[in-house]
Design a protein around this ligand. Structure first.
Ligand code: GDP
Ligand code: IMO
Ligand code: MG
Length: 428
């Protein structure tokens, strides 16, 4: 059984929670893109785990794979491993496998990330400043340092020197310095620890596939941050959509693949870029407060707005989503009237998709339908029948608009706060 989990909005939909929930059945959990720009939160009773690079399956001691599509900051990895071990999570050669050909985020990438943002003036993207974009640029530019390069320190030194020399002129223009020798020495110091996890992930995952193991592919970010299909240029630098699982791990196309689209019951976004249903008012403030909408990685307040069927429908198509998972339903509990965007209007034209033309984005006016709120607590509910009738109506209305089953509903941060409408867990 193969499941891919992707976010259908701008990230932070609750992917970590759902991966952890489903991972009770999984044999393998694999990351296939992004890096430590991701922040996935898992709550188990009183324990809260924050994951950036490690697949969320590590909490349940599943076999975890970091595919070649990820960009990996080795220092961030060591830090994360150490934090999780302090929370009694086991991480060793038997449950963590990192692709030999994964590209590394070097300290210089964070500097370049900063410079790139500075040079955009008013049009900053609001990146996480983790060096993600610059690391992907160097990968495509064929000068990246890969995990397998740590095997030979002599050639590693040359590669790092070349990489740093490439960036030097631009750094100088911004009065920034990067010392390649220090980067090399610091990397050598931790290399044995990291190389320990180095594995042919493409081989492991295809063998698991052949044996029909339960494999979970854990997406990071969301489809609207996809480098191709997102709100470019206000996106991340990887393909965040399900198609990336193949080139991001080496898994060959197979049958029996389900794609779960993790979707918040409203919409949030961190960083700049268009957001047609944004509520920069007391409704937005309510979402921030009740939903605790602060970034896991950068602690920034998330921008909040109403559910947007146009965008979610687009993500459903692009990812081949088989079922939608609706999260944070409980955050809507107190609201009197809930709005849902079902289309846009601009220049006397109706749009049922988001055109790519940036200039049009600011002109789009949302077309809303209004649903009555239920004004009762749904927090922690685990059964569909317990949900207030108006909450059921809201979910049924969304289903009719996005034309996809909402099979799982999350009503709280803990793994047990989950409604499994079609018994997906027990049927697998
Ligand atoms: P991810 O990046 O998609 O994994 O999502 P994040 O972990 O960044 O953000 C989701 C936040 O909402 C986390 O703090 C979760 O613990 C929390 N969360 C997840 N599902 C629910 C839910 O159904 N209700 C509430 N109230 N919180 C949730
Ligand atoms: P998870 O996996 C929300 C956003 C950043 C910025 C843009 C580009 O937790 O859902 P980057 O550092 O990737 O170059 O920044 O993408 N961004 C996220 N927003 N959740 C995330 O991950 C994100 N990862 C990146 O805020 O707007
Ligand atoms: Mg997150």
């Amino acid at each position: 059984m193969f499941y891919t989990i992707v976010g259908t909005q701008w990230g932070d939909e609750g992917k970590g929670k759902i991966v952890d929930w489903l991972a009770s059945k999984a044999d393998y959990v694999a990351r296939f893109q992004g890096g430590n720009n991701a922040g996935h939160t898992i709550k188990v009773d009183e324990n809260v785990y924050k994951l950036n690079l490690l697949p969320s399956g590590i909490i349940r001691n599943k076999k975890c794979l970091i595919g070649n599509g990820v960009v990996l900051d080795p220092w961030a990895l060591i830090n994360e491993i150490s934090n999780l071990r302090n929370q009694n999570i086991k991480i060793n050669k038997d449950n963590l496998f990192i692709a030999e050909n994964v590209c590394l985020i070097m300290p210089i990438h964070k500097l370049v990330d900063e410079i790139n943002e500075l040079s955009r003036g008013n049009n900053i993207i609001g990146t996480t400043k983790k060096g993600i974009g610059p690391a992907y640029e160097d990968k495509v530019g064929r000068r990246a340092i890969r995990l397998c390069d740590l095997n030979d320190h002599k050639s590693l030194k040359n590669k790092i020197k070349n990489l740093y020399e490439f960036h030097e002129p631009r750094l100088k223009n911004f009065n920034k310095n990067a010392n390649f020798k220090k980067a090399y020495e610091d990397l050598v110091k931790i290399s044995s620890e990291i190389i320990n996890f180095s594995s042919p992930v493409w081989k492991i995952i295809n063998e698991a596939g052949k044996q029909n193991k339960f494999i979970l592919f854990e997406g990071a970010q969301g489809s609207l941050l996809d480098i191709d299909f997102g709100t470019y240029p206000y996106v991340t630098s990887s393909n965040t959509s399900s198609g990336q699982i193949f080139s991001g791990t080496g898994f060959g196309i197979k049958e029996n693949h389900n794609v779960l689209g993790i979707t918040k019951a409203y919409t949030t976004r961190v960083g700049s870029g268009p957001f047609v249903t944004e509520q920069d008012n007391e409704i937005g403030d309510h979402f921030v407060e009740k939903g605790q909408e602060f970034g896991t990685v950068t602690k920034r307040k998330r921008r909040c707005g109403w559910f947007d069927c146009v965008l979610v429908s687009q993500s459903i198509a692009i990812n081949g989503i088989t079922d939608v998972v609706l999260t944070k339903l409980d955050v809507l509990d107190d609201i009197e009237e809930i709005k849902v965007c079902i289309g846009y209007e601009a220049n006397e034209k109706i749009y049922n998709h988001l055109p790519f033309d940036e200039n049009l984005h600011e002109k789009l006016v949302p077309i809303y339908e209004t649903m009555p709120g239920w004004q009762k607590s749904t927090f922690g509910m685990t059964s569909w029948n317990d949900l207030p009738k108006k909450a059921q109506d809201y979910i049924n209305f969304l289903e009719s608009k996005i034309e996809k089953n909402i099979s799982i509903i999350s009503t709280g941060p803990d793994r047990i706060h989950t409604i499994d409408r079609n018994n997906l867990l027990s049927n697998n």
